[in-house]
Design a protein around this ligand. Structure first.
Ligand code: BYC
Ligand code: FE
Ligand code: FE
Length: 471
């Protein structure tokens, strides 16, 4: 077990001290990162926050809780323990030893995957930077900041790989990761969803439920990578990621619970006047965040993904548990497509359909949360149910980017879409209403009126614990 080297400026379990050049390069990048955090990170001034910090990857070390000033959070480099006998699990190099270095022929593809992954992490921090000003409770505020510092650490994870394995190009890309900004006109973030706004807490919960979950699935495929340092870093990132999705799952659940209470109390669906978020609006937010997150999977068919798989760069979800040849040179599959102008399916080679394969795993997982939310409605005795929209709804990437469809999967003409889209996506008026509910509650043990309190606190602490000390 390598323990974190806390005496050094950059906590790590990669023996950074033995590689002076790399250490110096990262020490040059570090102040740039802190400048970015100061100028693009959380805007609410705080003294300290009750945070989980990783000091090593073992059972005791990966989740150390304590109050820390956020700027002094120990952003570090932690890779899951190496398996010296690890072998490539799929593709044309299946069975060969995993790579400890980047093969020249895959250098640009791997760099690109790492840059895309790395770009999303700081992007989400930028999107969420103003939410502290309207936190519904100290508990929620703490969770927001936990997610933010960990996304910062995920950026560190990708920057480490760029610096350690991709030479000068890698160092330049690492700088660009701090240079692009979410929503910027001149240098936006790479993927669409990361240039959208996260202006209110319902958006934040939907984002951590649906968009962080894309992170889970993409990291799951990179965890299978033949490039072992990438596999090991993603493996550890996934461990931190589950809390982000927990924040989303329980956040939406608590909004639904509160709305359901008020609906029962007043025997009406029109609850906006009572200071909570109507179910119709929750459904519209869900429609938006789910469809935008589907875009993150790329096209339904993709030669990029076929090449990544064949080369061993990016595997499938749960690759090792799948019972096939892990080559996919022969198989075929049905993918969603526009066929003769209609929404349908078409058969393609299994390799070309890998983005669809991953997206299906993702959608099934998304449905679990929707079921949990619906259980809350059912227990409240309400007939309403939330649902995931059809894959063709509101898409900007892939087969359905050129057409319009309803959440039920009915193809629409551009005029019908323009006339009806306000039934399915949040309108300016609805967004303004949600924003109007966002007033900060910073008193210990208190909570905003539009959301139910959580069942449990963090790390065994009660809900009314002082999770954050404001400045
Ligand atoms: N926006 O061949 P295709 C996370 C481009 S989230 C803009 O179908 P491919 C997190 C594409 O690059 C996880 N452009 O794409 C969550 C390609 O360009 P070229 C992030 C897009 O490569 C919350 C062209 O369109 N990690 O960690 O099969 C908080 C054709 O597309 C988009 C990763 O994504 C888009 N949405 O799949 C914090 C993993 N989609 O080649 C963090 C790394 C596609 O024609 N990335 N394009 O120039 C990948 O594995 C793949 O690049 C993608 C796309 C899955 C993104
Ligand atoms: Fe992340
Ligand atoms: Fe995350």
């Amino acid at each position: 077990m390598t323990t974190a080297d806390y005496v050094e400026k950059i906590p790590n379990n990669v023996n950074l001290r033995d590689d002076r050049r790399l250490q110096r390069a990262l020490e040059v990048w570090q102040p740039n990162f802190l400048n970015w955090w100061d100028s693009m990170g959380p805007t609410l001034p705080t003294r300290d926050v009750y945070l989980r910090t990783a000091t090593s990857v073992d059972r005791e070390g990966w989740a150390q809780f304590g109050h820390v000033p956020m700027r002094d959070y120990r952003w570090g480099i932690f890779l899951a323990e190496p398996d010296p006998d690890r072998r490539v699990a799929f593709g044309q190099r299946q069975g060969q030893p995993a790579w400890q270095q980047v093969p020249g022929e895959y250098r640009s593809s791997l760099q690109r995957l790492i840059v895309i992954q790395g770009d999303t992490e700081p992007a989400s921090v930028e999107q969420q930077r103003n939410l502290g000003a309207t936190a519904p409770s100290l508990y929620d505020l703490r969770n927001l900041f936990q997610v933010n510092v960990e996304e910062g650490r995920h950026l560190w994870a990708m920057v480490y790989l760029l610096h350690a394995y991709f030479g000068r190009d890698g160092r330049e890309e690492a700088e660009l990761l701090l240079h692009r900004h979410s929503g910027s006109a001149e240098s936006p973030r790479i993927l669409g969803a990361f240039n959208e706004e996260t202006p209110d807490w319902l958006s934040f919960f939907m984002f951590t439920y649906f968009t962080d979950r894309d992170g889970k699935y993409q990291l799951g495929t990179l965890k299978e990578s033949a490039f072992d340092p990438l596999a090991r870093t993603c493996s550890f990132m996934l461990k931190e990621e589950s809390h982000h999705m927990f924040v989303g799952l329980t956040g939406v659940a608590r909004v639904v619970e509160r709305t359901a209470q008020v609906m029962r109390e007043h025997q009406t669906d029109s609850v906006a006047a009572y200071g909570v978020i109507p179910l119709t609006v929750i459904q519209k937010y869900l429609n938006f965040h789910f469809s935008v997150s589907l875009d993150l999977f790329g096209g339904e068919t993709s030669t990029n993904v076929a090449n990544y798989f064949t080369a061993g760069l990016k595997g499938r979800w749960a690759e090792e548990r799948r019972k096939d040849d892990h080559q996919l040179t022969a198989g075929s599959m049905l993918v969603d497509a526009v066929v003769d102008g209609e929404i349908g399916q078409t058969e393609v080679s299994a390799l070309l359909g890998l983005n669809t394969d991953l997206r299906r795993e993702y959608i099934a997982d998304c449905q679990n949360g929707v079921d949990r939310w619906n259980d809350i409605l059912a227990s409240a005795g309400l007939p309403w149910r939330l649902s995931l929209p059809h894959v063709a709804f509101n898409r900007k990437v892939g087969a359905f980017a050129e057409i319009q469809a309803s959440p039920g999967g009915v193809k629409l003409s551009p005029t019908e879409w323009a006339e009806r889209k306000d039934e399915w996506l949040p309108t300016e008026v609805e967004k303004a209403h949600v924003r109007s509910l966002m007033r900060p509650v910073y008193e210990r043990g208190k909570i905003a009126a539009w959301i139910a309190p959580p069942r449990n606190g963090i790390n065994g602490k009660p809900f009314d614990y002082e999770y954050v000390h404001l400045a």
